[in-house]
Design a protein around this ligand. Structure first.
Ligand code: KG4
Ligand code: ZN
Length: 335
């Protein structure tokens, strides 16, 4: 079954073609980051308009790349949520319009399920069951995954998501949006011994997270350095390093705990923050010690993309799932 996948939940227009027999045939991505960077974050109305401009050309591009035409498609999948409602509606209406015109089955899929299963697009995918750490700009969750659609939430952030904390810390360090990669880069020249930030909620049992306190800690540290006239490049790098170490440590501690509690040996790490190099290094080292293994999507499938949506859509369409007549755009939607 050949499925066209469409992702428009936030600030990336992603389109891909996935074939249940031959795997990923093509994928294309247009990032709006440069446009939103001037505003320090995503402007929803601009996002929707830009998706409208870019979506159809990208669909044509993946078809051309795969040397296929619309008539070769067997189904269409799109991100139905969670996300920005206007942005979601662009993908949803386009998917339903195309499906109606081509007389194809169409299905709205969950954005976080896309992230969760993105490592399935790699050459050596994880087998079920596994624990998944979903770390993006909007979510920080630990999920026990038994199979497609069989998900049990083990823990989640009670306030900010890890990626959101990275983005806010970046602003405090006067770095552009999106902050995660920028903070990580700055942290490379930071001294890990200068500051020690707290590891929130690791001193008590449970698998929930909290990252809003770290934000305050970053702000007060930056302010104190500024007043002392020490918020120079080195000072900012030292703060970035302390912040990144605290987030990474916290995530690693909770992943270890989740594997212990479930008795599982496979960990999937997905969502934008899974691109973080230090997180990967620390997790790999910890898991090797326990004869366990972490699975990650390739770099460009860590953040939002159409391939993960085409993949999930293909699995579910193949199983006979379809949208009823109405398109769906669900801004808040638990996994
Ligand atoms: O999954 P994603 O593209 O969008 C959402 O669904 O939210 O994740 C974007 C988030 C942003 O907060 C960004 O700062 C963060 O992922 N991010 C990173 C890195 N690359 C992206 N955070 C830390 N280190 C990175 N290398
Ligand atoms: Zn995402």
């Amino acid at each position: 079954m050949r499925v066209l996948g469409i992702e428009t939940s936030c600030d990336e227009t992603g389109v891909a073609l996935y074939d249940t027999e031959h795997g990923l045939l093509a994928d294309a991505l247009y990032s709006q980051i440069a446009m939103h960077a001037d505003f320090g974050g995503v402007v929803p109305e601009l996002a929707s308009r830009d998706h409208t401009r870019k979506l159809l050309p990208l669909i044509q591009q993946v078809l051309d790349d795969a040397r296929l035409s619309r008539g070769d498609l067997d189904g269409i999948a799109y991100t139905a949520g969670p996300g920005l409602v206007g942005a979601l509606m662009v993908g949803a209406t386009t998917a339903h319009g195309l499906a109606r015109a081509l007389d194809l089955p169409v299905l709205g899929v969950h954005h976080m399920e896309g992230h969760l299963l993105a490592p399935m697009l790699e050459a050596d995918p994880p087998a079920f069951p596994f624990v998944a750490l979903l770390v993006s700009g909007g979510h920080t969750q630990l999920v026990a995954v038994k199979g497609l659609g069989d998900y049990r939430l083990l823990g989640e952030s009670v306030d900010d998501a890890a990626g959101e904390a990275f983005d806010k810390a970046a602003k405090m360090l006067e770095l552009p949006y999106p902050g995660g990669p920028q903070v990580a880069k700055l942290a490379e020249s930071g001294d890990p011994g200068r500051f020690r930030f707290p590891r929130p909620m690791t001193d008590r049992p449970g698998l929930d997270f909290s990252f809003s306190g770290l934000k305050t800690h970053t702000l007060t540290t930056a302010r104190a350095l500024r007043e002392a006239g020490e918020l120079d490049d080195q000072g900012r790098a030292d703060i970035a390093r302390a912040f990144e170490d605290a987030v990474v440590d916290t995530l690693v501690i909770k992943c270890r705990r989740a594997l212990d509690e479930t008795g599982l040996k496979r960990l999937v790490v997905a969502g934008g923050v899974s691109a973080n190099r230090r997180l990967r290094e620390r997790l790999d080292a910890e898991l090797t010690k326990r004869r366990a293994r972490a699975y990650y999507p390739r770099g460009r499938f860590c953040t939002d993309n159409g391939a993960m949506i085409a993949y999930v859509g293909a699995q579910r369409l193949l199983a006979g799932e379809r949208d009823a007549d109405a398109m769906r755009a669900v801004p808040r939607w638990p996994l």
